[in-house]
Design a protein around this ligand. Structure first.
Ligand SMILES: Nc1nc2c(ncn2[C@@H]2O[C@H](COP(=O)(O)OP(=O)(O)OP(=O)(O)O)[C@@H](O)[C@H]2O)c(=O)[nH]1
Ligand SMILES: [Mg+2]
Length: 349
C-alpha cells in the first residue's frame, strides 16, 4: 500500500479531490448590479446566475446564466417594490431554481433590501439552497435612509427573514456610503459598495478554490460558518505590509461593522506578496486574535501572490459572537426606524 501511495504523481492525486461547486446568485436590481461586476472579474471555478422578475434589467446584466423569475405572474416587469410579489415569484419557480442550484456546495445569494424582488425572493431561494444541503452565505444591502422609512422598514423585515434562511449573512448598509463617499455621484458610490462585496466574496471563494501556502479548505470554511450565532465578515486591503496599516484597513473599514468581541469561531485568511515577513504576519494575527474567546476555534491561512507586490488583503469570517457583547444588527436597524431622533443613534458599521 505504501508503495502505491508513494508512487502517486500530482495528476493522480488530483483525482481524489472534488472541487467544491460554488455559485453566486444575484436577486433583484442591486444583487445583479453587483453580480455583473463579479462576472467581469472572471472568477475561476465560480458560476454566476442573474435572477430577477425584471427582464429588462436582466438584459443589462452579465452572468453565466439568467432567469426571469415568476414570468407567469409578473410578465417580466418587476415586482414593483412589493416583497410579497417577489416571494410568490420565487415560490412559483421552485423547480427552475432547483435546476439552477443543482449540486452546489457553497451558494452566495446577493440582494438589496427594501424593494420587491430581492427582499421577497432572496430568503426563499436561500432557504431552498439550504434545504438542498448547501452552505449558504447571504449578502444583504439596506437602502439609504433618504429612500424613506417604509423602505427601511421593509428592508429590516426582509433582512430578518433572509438572515434566518442563510447559514451566514453579510449585512451591509448603503447609509454608510454617506460617511465614506458623500460627494460621489450615486452610481460611483454604489460602485464602492459593489467593489467591497466583490472583494469579499472573491476572497472567500478563492480560499476554497485556490491552494495556499498555509491552506484552508472547504471543510474549514464550513466549520466556521456552521458555528452559527451572530456572524460577521471583515475585510481590508492595505497598500503596504506594515502591520499597523494592515490592521487599520481591516478594523477601520467604514462600510463594515468590525466588532466581534468574544467570538468563538474565526477563519482568517491573508493574501500578500511573497516578501510578506513572518514577523508582520504574526503581529497581524496576534492583534486580530486579541478580542476572541479563549477557547476560540481559529483557522487561518496564507496565500502569497507575487502580483500583489507590497499589498496585503485580509478577510475574516467570524461567527458565534456572543449576544451579550453585541446587539443584533437588525435590532439596531429597528431602533433607528423607531427613533424620532433618527441620526442620533449610531448605525451599523
Ligand atoms: N449598493 C447598491 N445598492 C443598490 C443598487 N441598486 C439598488 N440598490 C439598493 O437596493 C435597494 C433595493 O433595490 P433593488 O435591488 O433595485 O430592488 P429589487 O429587488 O429589484 O425590487 P423590485 O424592483 O421592486 O422588484 C434600493 O432601495 C437601493 O437602496 C446598487 O447597484 N448598489
Ligand atoms: Mg428591480
Amino acid at each position: 500500500m505504501m508503495d502505491r501511495l508513494e508512487s502517486f504523481d500530482n495528476d493522480e492525486l488530483m483525482q481524489f479531490v472534488k472541487e467544491p461547486r460554488i455559485q453566486m446568485l444575484g436577486i433583484g436590481g442591486a444583487g445583479n448590479n453587483i453580480l455583473t461586476r463579479l462576472y467581469r472579474r472572471g472568477l475561476e471555478g465560480v458560476q454566476t446566475v442573474a435572477i430577477n422578475t425584471d427582464a429588462m434589467h436582466l438584459n443589462e446584466c452579465q452572468a453565466h446564466h439568467k432567469l426571469v423569475l415568476g414570468a407567469d405572474s409578473t410578465r417580466g416587469r418587476g415586482a414593483g417594490g412589493n416583497p410579497g410579489v417577489g416571494r410568490m415569484a420565487a415560490e412559483a419557480d421552485h423547480e427552475r431554481i432547483a435546476k439552477i442550484l443543482d449540486d452546489n456546495d457553497l451558494t452566495f445569494v446577493i440582494a438589496g433590501m427594501g424593494g420587491g424582488t430581492g427582499t421577497g425572493a432572496a430568503p426563499v431561494i436561500a432557504r431552498q439552497a439550504r434545504q438542498a444541503g448547501q452552505l449558504v452565505v447571504g449578502v444583504a444591502i439596506m437602502p439609504f435612509e433618504a429612500e424613506g422609512d417604509g423602505k427601511r422598514a421593509a428592508g429590516v423585515d426582509g433582512m430578518r427573514d433572509f438572515k434566518a434562511a442563510c447559514n451566514s449573512l453579510i449585512e451591509l448598509d448603503n447609509e454608510n456610503l454617506n460617511k465614506l463617499a458623500p460627494d460621489y455621484p450615486i452610481k460611483r458610490a454604489f460602485g464602492v459598495m459593489s467593489d467591497l462585496v466583490v472583494d469579499i466574496v472573491q476572497e472567500l471563494a478563492q480560499i476554497v478554490t485556490e491552494p495556499s501556502t498555509i491552506n484552508v479548505d472547504f471543510a474549514d470554511l464550513k466549520r466556521i460558518i456552521e458555528a452559527g450565532g451572530i456572524a460577521k465578515v471583515l475585510y481590508g486591503e492595505s497598500d503596504n505590509s506594515a502591520p499597523g496599516s494592515v490592521l487599520d484597513a481591516v478594523l477601520g473599514n467604514p462600510l463594515l461593522d468590525t466588532r466581534y468581541k468574544g467570538a468563538e469561531a474565526m477563519l482568517l485568511h491573508v493574501t500578500a506578496g511573497s516578501d510578506f515577513s513572518l514577523n508582520n504576519c504574526h503581529e497581524v494575527l496576534a492583534a486580530l486574535k486579541f478580542d476572541l474567546s479563549e477557547d476560540v476555534n481559529l483557522i487561518w491561512g496564507l496565500r502569497t501572490d507575487d502580483q500583489l507586490g507590497n499589498r496585503v488583503k485580509v478577510v475574516l469570517l467570524v461567527s458565534a459572537i456572543p449576544n451579550s457583547e453585541e446587539d443584533l444588527d437588525i435590532e439596531r436597524f429597528d431602533e433607528v426606524i423607531a427613533s424620532p431622533l433618527g441620526d442620533a443613534i449610531p448605525m451599523v458599521g
